[in-house]
Design a protein around this ligand. Structure first.
Ligand code: ADP
Ligand code: MG
Ligand code: MG
Length: 252
């Protein structure tokens, strides 16, 4: 059974149609990549999946782990194991990194009927995951993302992902503007978590990250529609030709 099934999804922002009939099916264990020109609707798709309020779904269905995703509150989507990493991670002044992670994880455990984590066990587990990501302990005590460099924010997104162990992780241009070390870090974060029960949707404008992550499928989103699907070689082809071949098709 598919983990995520999107059928004929249409959505608008401020009355302006952006997604014009998206079909996409992702099975557990798979890594899918969505590429496409700026303004094609990539972030709109991730925001709709996250349940952001500015985006109005006007048609279609989204089934996630057998449930109607569009009927679920955003926080319930997170509790059900949907994780979103954004291009610009949000800063939370006054909220220590570990506190944030503990609340997020305990909310999810409570939702599925598991007991809260023992505070000490939790700190031990987070420290181990932080060390695996070469993150110094003091970053765990600091307020979430406040004053973090670009690379540190990405590291922190990968830590959140590693701690929350999502079923479906969506990375919206998490690779944009990164130097090669930070890019590798994101790729390693993804690759370390790849397993048969988990899936990834990686949204990117650039082919670069695919030097480090081997996807099962690559989709081109243009003009609010998926206009082409292929394997890794499609990304290589796009690197050479750009999106010009697809923008015309989408406009037609
Ligand atoms: P991409 O991520 O592929 O660059 P987006 O999904 O961000 O594309 O944007 C698609 C279109 O929707 C653009 O024309 C953009 O201006 C518009 N759009 C997206 N979000 C908003 C918003 N919150 N308010 C108004 N317009 C938006
Ligand atoms: Mg954009
Ligand atoms: Mg975007």
């Amino acid at each position: 059974m598919s983990l995520l099934k999107i059928e004929n999804l249409t959505a608008e922002v401020d009355g302006k149609p952006i997604l014009k009939g998206i079909d996409l099916e992702i099975n557990a264990g798979e890594v899918h990549v969505i590429m496409g020109p700026n303004g094609s609707g990539k972030s709109t798709l991730s925001n709709v999946l996250a349940g952001k309020s500015d985006y109005d779904v006007t048609g279609g269905t989204v089934t996630y782990d057998g449930k109607n995703l569009l009927d679920m509150a955003p926080e319930d989507r997170a509790c059900e194991g949907l994780f979103l990493a954004f291009q610009y991670p949000v800063e939370l002044p006054g909220v220590a990194n570990t506190t944030f992670l503990k609340h997020a994880l305990n909310a999810r455990r409570k939702y599925v009927g598991e007991p809260e984590l023992d505070a000490l066990e939790f700190v031990k587990a987070v420290r181990k995951k932080a060390r695996d990501l070469n993150m110094p302990d003091d970053m765990l005590k600091r307020p979430v993302n406040v004053g973090f460099s670009g690379g540190e924010k990405k590291r922190n997104e990968m830590l959140q992902m590693a701690v929350l162990e999502p079923k479906l992780a969506i990375l919206d241009e998490t690779d944009s503007g990164l130097d090669i070390d930070a890019l590798k870090l994101v790729a390693e974060g993804v690759n370390a978590l790849r397993n048969p029960d988990r899936a990834f949707l990686i949204i990117t404008h650039f082919q670069r990250v695919l030097d480090y992550i081997v996807p099962d499928q690559v989709h081109v989103l243009s003009g609010g529609r998926i206009v082409k699907t292929g394997d890794k070689s499609l990304a290589t082809e796009l690197e050479k030709t750009g999106y010009a071949d697809y923008t015309g098709e989408a406009a037609a």
